[in-house]
Write a protein that binds this ligand. Structure first.
Ligand code: MF3
Ligand code: CO
Ligand code: CO
Length: 259
């Protein structure tokens, strides 16, 4: 427990600014997401926007990650590496995950987008994954168990016949990219640490249409795909525990994710 940082007011304000920038980066890039563009192009636009705002893209060179954001298409669960060879096409679904370092503070958020006509299954997976994130966020308040975030996400996902990825978790965030604790997205009720005001962490469920198992690409060491080739969706926010509940630090309001 003592490894979970309780942020000061000054740190909270800094992390909020960074998380808002990360959210605004997703809003910014939404205008460029369309059929025919490469994920490399989107990566470059994202990097430019972040640097124009006097911040640094956290993924670049993080444990050797080669790009400034993660873009994960279709059966890619997370940590997709943007590439000029990867061109968006009708029917694709993708997650764009942006993490910013602004004045030394980290903000981390991701959203799904769709390209043109997708299957009903794909749309439902996306809507239900976003709903699952908000069911998790609803559990954030002082004194509640971290386990209840994953308990509610997991129960809902399973009720829809989906599976929840267990190889990747949410995480404390703010002074570092990945801090304690790990925030599981499917776990037993009333388990783990208790939340306290001033804790900041991500919730970022990855939900698969098929089985939960993930396989990491042997060549690049990053790209995580569903073992069975099924579609995967993810949404992520940076959340502050307040005296009365939560604040979604990376929330920048509505924008269109269906392209
Ligand atoms: N942004 C991811 C997360 O939500 C982490 C990406 S690590 C990277 O935790 F190196 F792939 F960028
Ligand atoms: Co994260
Ligand atoms: Co992220």
């Amino acid at each position: 427990m003592d490894k979970i940082i309780i942020k000061t007011e000054e740190q909270i304000n800094g992390i909020r600014k960074s998380a808002q920038l990360a959210g605004n980066t997703l809003k910014f890039i939404s205008d460029y997401i369309k059929e025919g563009v490469s994920t490399e192009y989107l990566n470059n636009k994202i990097e430019e926007y972040i640097r124009d705002n006097k911040a640094i893209p956290a993924p670049l060179n993080y444990n050797g990650f080669p790009k400034s954001c993660c873009i994960s298409l279709n059966n890619v669960i997370c940590h997709g590496i943007p590439s000029e060879k990867e061109i968006l096409k009708e029917g694709d679904i993708l997650n764009v995950d942006v993490t910013t370092i602004l004045d030394g503070y980290y903000g981390d958020t991701s959203t799904m987008f769709t390209i043109g006509e997708c299957t009903d299954q794909a749309f439902d997976l996306i809507e239900n994954t976003e709903h699952a994130l908000y069911l998790g966020i609803d559990q954030v308040r002082p004194g509640n168990y971290f386990g209840n975030i994953g308990y509610n996400i997991g129960r809902f996902a399973k009720s829809k016949g989906y599976s929840v990825v267990y190889d990747f978790c949410g995480h404390g965030v703010g002074l570092e990219f990945h801090e304690e604790p790990q925030v599981e997205h499917s776990c037993p009720r009333n388990t783990g640490y208790k939340m306290q005001p001033g804790m900041i962490f991500t919730i970022e469920p990855m939900i698969n249409l098929g089985k939960a198992k993930a396989i990491i690409d042997k060549n690049d060491g990053w790209t995580a795909r569903t073992a069975d080739g099924s579609l995967s969706a993810q949404f992520e926010h940076t959340i502050l525990v307040t005296e009365s509940g939560f604040e979604i630090l990376s929330d920048v309001g509505e924008y269109d994710i269906f392209k």
